[in-house]
Ligand binder design. Structure first.
Ligand SMILES: [Zn+2]
Length: 600
């Protein structure tokens, strides 16, 4: 727990080659201001198309082109400001740029909000003509999506009302978020040194990772006892949010809230159900993992607070930045020459901001726009986990790089559904490389544990969440009130199903539903599970050395948003409409648990 912070350097004191090169976006701030100014002119130009979209294919093509240009420059302006600000968040002049860019962005989306409804309101015959018009070739998919959406679009008047009420509709979710982030306070908990530390959302996981069982138990108890005190209020906010989903689904003529949510990605409900069935079918491997965990802890049974503490001796190896880059480059070699030469650019062109420094945004991400490098922010501290983060974020960046290179601006942005596939594929390739390379026992144990935890956290846990979402929406649709008791009973039962006999049932966990913000996201988390399942199969394909399979994978990186996500994945080599990829992934998990059991 008690990690002492040494004095960090300023961003300006870091060696230039360890920082990202933002001058590749704007080499001075004047150019940023020039682009910022351009936005107002483009906004008026785009607004002038209002009421004209039905005139002709060429008018519509011009309207698309103008609004795309507006968004494209808007993104560039915003991305520069947020990257600049994130490298040292204490610089108020940079924060001011972010504020200006985001207000402008809000203004742009507000001013352009008529665009889609106006298109949707055109008669089907007109829209179908547009789909085949050569002038609108680039916008074909957008137009097809609009036609698909028509059956669920309300009348003008109703849509306007829904738009006006959107603030009211989102009140439950906002209340939860304000309560959870601002007002809710947890008690102080004694850490390993006996120091009393206030429990927070942020440090809870550190407490659960403590090697001291007493510390873990106290943090776990404090967390759920606190939520228990507010169970009725939190049941009310969650119920309000679930009702919003079921209400919107009903008035838009979807059979269920689940189908309404999956509609935008054109994912059939079977994909969701197959995931749950396949994961449940593979629960024995998870129970075996708990058994291995119990054995490592020299216990017969373990508790709910014994699931995150280190199972293996801490991996003390310090990995220099140079070493990390070398490993990641080597690990990604199976992705072929083209991928590797593009990857080299990440280092040569300085896409990455490597080190921790004063005021720098914490964590790691990949971010950029169509007209910039796909930058990576890291807070690299020489741990093995940091090396995996590097591989992960570069996966995102390379995905963006390939899509931006292959697609026109309008179709380049890939969907959230596929967003974690390239990043986790890279992590799996790194795991494979390091397992083959390393003989040190503790290092291998660390790798195996990391690998197993990735599957456990991303596939098993997220699917349990996905199943909970399905259960509570179904109950709401049957008119069953989602009281605190109802939510807790459902959650407790489900949690027991996913933890088997080795983990002792602990009544406190019934309150976990109250602290998961994702339950307010509307069937979002299943995408984590399908994403890693796809990555597990794709990394196997890549490692098979079959050039056809590699080509299919690179095709996925280039696809952007040109097809439905399931078709993109199918062309890449994974059929997510069957349980097969989930089974393949969880077989890999089972093998890892076996190995862990043998090597531990
Ligand atoms: Zn990611």
């Amino acid at each position: 727990m008690s990690k002492k912070k040494t004095t960090l350097p300023l961003h300006s004191e870091i060696a230039v080659d360890m920082t990202w090169d933002l001058s590749a976006i704007y080499d001075d701030q004047k150019k940023w201001e020039e682009d910022f100014k351009k936005l107002d002119g483009l906004l008026s130009a785009a607004a002038a198309f209002k009421g004209r979209l039905g005139e002709s294919a060429s008018v519509l093509a011009e309207a698309f082109k103008t609004s795309d240009e507006l968004e494209r420059i808007g993104e560039k302006v915003y991305v520069y400001a947020h990257l600049l600000s994130d490298q040292d968040t204490s610089i108020s002049a940079h924060r001011a740029l972010v504020d200006r860019a985001s207000s402008k962005f809000a203004e742009i989306s507000g001013e352009l909000s008529w665009f889609e409804p106006e298109l949707t309101a055109l008669p089907d015959k007109e829209l179908k003509k547009y789909v085949d018009a050569p002038e609108l070739k680039l916008y074909k998919r957008t137009l097809e999506e609009i036609i698909r959406d028509k059956a669920h679009t309300l009348s003008d008047k109703e849509e306007r009302l829904m738009g006006m009420a959107s603030d009211v509709f989102s009140a439950s979710g906002k209340t939860f978020s304000t309560f959870n982030n601002a007002d809710l306070k947890f008690p102080k908990v004694k850490d390993e040194d006996g120091t009393k530390v206030e429990l927070t959302h942020g440090n809870y996981i550190n407490f659960l990772e403590s090697a001291d069982r007493g510390v873990r138990k106290k943090a776990f108890t404090a967390m759920y006892d606190t939520y228990y005190k507010f169970r009725n209020t939190l049941a009310s906010t969650l119920q309000g949010n679930v009702k919003l989903h079921t209400f919107s689904a009903k008035i838009r003529k979807y059979p269920s809230a689940l189908e309404a949510s999956l509609f935008s990605d054109n994912v059939p409900v079977e994909v969701y159900d197959n995931l749950i069935t396949a994961v449940r079918g593979n629960l024995p491997a998870l129970f075996k993992y708990f058994k291995v965990r119990a054995r490592a802890m020299k216990l017969k049974k373990i508790d709910m607070y014994d699931l995150h503490n280190p199972l293996v001796p801490e991996c003390k190896q310090s990995i220099s930045w140079k070493q990390a880059c070398k490993w990641v480059r080597e690990a990604l070699k199976p992705l072929g020459e083209d991928y590797c030469s593009k990857l080299d650019k990440a280092f040569e062109q300085r896409w990455i901001d490597v080190h921790e420094c004063k005021g720098k945004r914490s964590g790691a991400y990949s971010s950029g726009c169509y007209d910039s490098y796909p930058y990576v922010l890291l807070n690299y501290t020489n741990t093995l986990s940091d090396v995996f983060t590097l591989a992960h974020e570069l996966g995102h960046s390379m995905h963006s790089y390939y899509s931006n290179e292959a697609q026109d601006y309008h179709n380049a942005d890939y969907r959230i559904f596929v967003a974690e596939v390239a990043s986790t594929t890279n992590e799996l390739l790194l795991h494979h490389y390091l397992m083959n390379k390393c003989t040190d026992k503790n290092f291998r144990l660390y790798l195996l544990n990391h690998h197993a935890d990735q599957f456990r956290g991303t596939i098993y846990r997220q699917t349990m969440f996905a199943e909970f979402e399905k259960i509570i929406h179904q109950k709401a649709e049957q008119g069953i009130p989602l009281t605190a008791d109802e939510l807790s009973q459902s959650y407790f039962k489900l949690n027991n199903d996913y933890h088997g006999n080795i983990v002792k049932p602990d009544q406190r966990i019934e309150m976990e539903w109250a602290r998961i913000p994702h339950f307010y996201y509307n069937f979002y988390v299943y995408k984590y599970a399908t994403g890693l399942s796809a990555a597990a199969e794709l990394s196997k394909n890549i490692l098979s050395g079959d050039p056809g399979k590699l080509d299919a994978y690179l095709g996925f990186l280039k696809a952007g948003d040109t097809k439905d996500v399931l078709d993109i994945m199918k062309n890449a080599g994974v059929d997510l409409s069957t349980p097969e990829p989930v089974n393949v992934a969880l077989e890999e998990f089972a093998r890892t648990v076996e190995q862990l059991d043998n090597e531990l």
